[in-house]
Design a protein around this ligand. Structure first.
Ligand SMILES: [Zn+2]
Length: 283
């Protein structure tokens, strides 16, 4: 991906450099920002009332990065990212204009009998419980970054359903496909896409046997519908470690791997995020 040097301001012989991966971004994609500046403290940004910290780029001095995840449901319009930091005891602000554009995701029509769309009271309360528990995990930001090498795919296989497909159930738009589906005959070994820590390893109503890995700095990958989960919570994993076997657990029509990512609690396109991090980090 081409980097766009957005601002280079020279003042008092100090250089302020800011790179942004793109100023136009699809809904559900992630932006990468890099700030290079000496002698600053507390670099942060705000995007549409969402506060995000900059983190130090590993193995580099005076270099910070931030990820800005764009929600699938974000309005297509212009926004401003406000960057701030403290320099010489003073707070400095910079505004960066960006535009969220339509990712033009395809639609898929799903016809299922209504008993599968309407949940029983018991299942509904289970789903809500699981959702709240998961969101608590995703909204936790580990200060430590586990990744120090490029991401790999969880499985070498054909993609059977892309991220972001609009899902029209019995004629009405209900949701979108929240991950990327890979063809995976049961039981195919599934790999950790990068280093991290297991923060979820449990059976869920929709997702079946689910593993979530915390990669640090608010980045989480998820692996669903597994037939076997090999690792328990708090296990440290290395890139390429086999975390489980693919399957068809949960609410699915057949075996496959549903693979997803969240950044700062927001669901994003997993393949775009991995490519973005692979291209922008100097590992
Ligand atoms: Zn899926």
């Amino acid at each position: 991906m081409k980097k766009i040097p957005l601002l280079i301001l020279i003042f008092s012989q100090l250089i302020f450099a800011l790179d942004i991966s793109s100023t136009k971004v699809n809904n559900a994609d992630t932006l990468f920002l890099k700030l290079e500046k000496k002698d600053i403290k507390n670099p942060k940004l705000t995007f549409d009332k969402h506060n995000i910290d900059f983190y130090k780029v590993p193995n580099k001095q005076n270099s910070y990065y931030a990820l800005v995840p764009i929600s699938y449901y974000k309005d297509f319009k212009k926004y401003k990212i406000i960057i701030s930091y403290i320099e010489n005891e003073k707070k400095v602000f910079k505004g960066i204009p960006i535009e969220v554009i339509d990712g033009k995701y395809e639609s898929e029509v799903i016809n299922v009998d209504s008993s599968k769309v309407t949940l029983s009271k018991k299942n509904k309360s289970r789903v809500i419980k699981e959702y709240n528990k998961a969101m608590k995990i995703y909204n936790t930001t580990s200060k430590e970054l586990f990744i120090n090498d490029k991401f790999i795919y969880p499985i070498e296989s054909k993609i059977t359903s892309d991220f972001g497909k609009k899902r029209v159930y019995n004629g009405s738009l209900k949701s979108y496909h929240s991950g990327t589906d890979f063809r995976a005959r049961t039981p195919t070994p599934i790999k950790a896409v990068n280093d991290g820590k297991i923060v979820m390893s449990e059976n869920r109503f929709y997702a079946g046997n689910s593993i979530v890995i915390d990669h640090g700095h608010g980045i989480y990958s998820g692996y669903y519908h597994l037939s076997k989960m090999y690792l328990k919570n708090n296990t440290i994993v290395k890139k390429g470690d086999i975390i489980g076997l693919s399957g068809s657990t949960g609410r699915v029509t057949g075996p496959h791997l549903h693979f997803s990512f969240r950044v700062h609690g927001i669901q994003v396109n997993p393949l775009q995020l991995m490519e973005l991090l692979n291209n922008n980090f100097i590992y």
